[in-house]
Design a protein around this ligand. Structure first.
Ligand code: CP
Length: 328
């Protein structure tokens, strides 16, 4: 290359031999326990860097295409913030109706288009399996930001990172985690239950109305790892033993029959009164948004971790972007 070429002005490139370089993040099934420790180590470093310097140039010159076919506040804006805090930039496509998707462009063609302009693609889509289809079409890394009722792997990672940061990394083994609400359509709990099954002596309680039970295929998968699982209709019996209470919204938009939604929408509400029977050393989490299943009266309780949980998501997404772009 001639010495006056543009390349002499370029920052150091990415490490193409790094384990995570160029990889897609599609399902929590692709991770093992060592991967989790690595991701959380990088996320913890990201937390320290943001607290010390705010923004830095690790991904300067890199571009993220943030493609959302479904509404999002947290996932979309935290990926944008993550890329910008790392010095990169973002192509935001939050309203696909203003893109060529509204003209009937297929998902694979949309992905092939965006990878001409971006180094990494984050995708949220209403259909289960869409992230895998996108990853097959793409040469650049695709990160699943939620595919229908399938998975939400970055949410599950940030959920476990929240437990690490709030209760201590060593505390996850031996923990009792109670998942509450819509366990049928809640993709976050499907991914979280799978991740938690990698820990030892973990116990999972599922509390939901009959029509919103955890899917059998998820329970079978977790059962194969000999993780104790139990289903309940009410919270009272399991709340006193719970270390992490993971509350979910009953998702109106996933119900085929609105009558079914009306039957179960207010089934559980966490408030200061019910929380009197819970431990003092425990946390309440929620992927958010909430629509009444946690009373705002509980928000000031130190055990209410759901707003801090959103911030942990920024650090995990910074870690993932740096990893798949060969900078961590
Ligand atoms: N937790 C979560 O996925 O939130 P958003 O739908 O706002 O992205």
């Amino acid at each position: 290359m001639p010495t006056n070429s543009l390349s002499q002005h370029l920052p150091f490139g990415e490490n193409k031999n790094a384990e995570w370089y160029g990889k897609d993040i599609i399902s929590v099934k692709q991770f093992n326990r060592n991967d989790l420790e690595y991701i959380f180590g990088v996320a913890h470093e990201m937390r320290g860097m943001v607290e010390r310097v705010g923004t830095f140039d690790l991904l300067k010159g890199k571009i993220l295409a943030n493609l959302f076919y479904e509404p999002s506040t947290r996932t979309s804006s935290s990926f944008t913030a993550a890329m910008e805090r790392l010095g990169g930039s973002v192509i935001p496509i939050n309203e696909v109706k203003y893109s060529s998707v509204s003209k009937g462009e297929s998902l694979p063609d949309t992905i092939r288009t965006l990878e001409c302009y971006a180094d990494v693609i984050v995708l949220r889509h209403p259909e289960t399996g869409s992230a895998a289809i996108a990853a097959k079409a793409a040469k650049k890394p695709v990160i699943n930001a939620g595919d229908g009722v399938g998975e939400h792997p970055t949410q599950a990672l940030l959920d476990v990172f929240t437990i690490y940061e709030e209760l201590g990394a060593g505390q996850v083994d031996g923990m009792t985690v109670t998942m509450l609400g819509d366990l049928k359509y809640g993709r976050t709990v499907h991914s979280l239950a799978r991740l938690l099954s990698m820990f030892t002596n973990i116990k999972l309680n599922y509390v939901s109305p009959e029509i919103l039970r955890m899917p059998k295929e998820v329970m079978d998968e977790i059962g194969e790892k000999k993780v104790p699982q139990a289903e309940f209709d009410t919270l009272e019996k399991v709340l006193p033993e719970t270390d992490v209470l993971y509350v979910t919204r009953v998702q109106k938009e996933r119900f085929e029959d609105p009558v079914d939604y009306e039957k179960v929408k207010g089934a559980y509400v966490i408030d200061p009164d019910i929380m009197k029977s819970a431990k003092q050393e425990m946390i309440v989490m929620h992927p958010l948004p909430r629509v009444g299943e946690i009373s705002t009266d509980f928000d000031d309780d130190p055990r209410a971790a759901y707003f801090r949980q959103m911030e942990y998501g920024l650090y995990v997404r910074m870690a993932l972007l740096a990893m798949v772009l060969g900078k961590a």
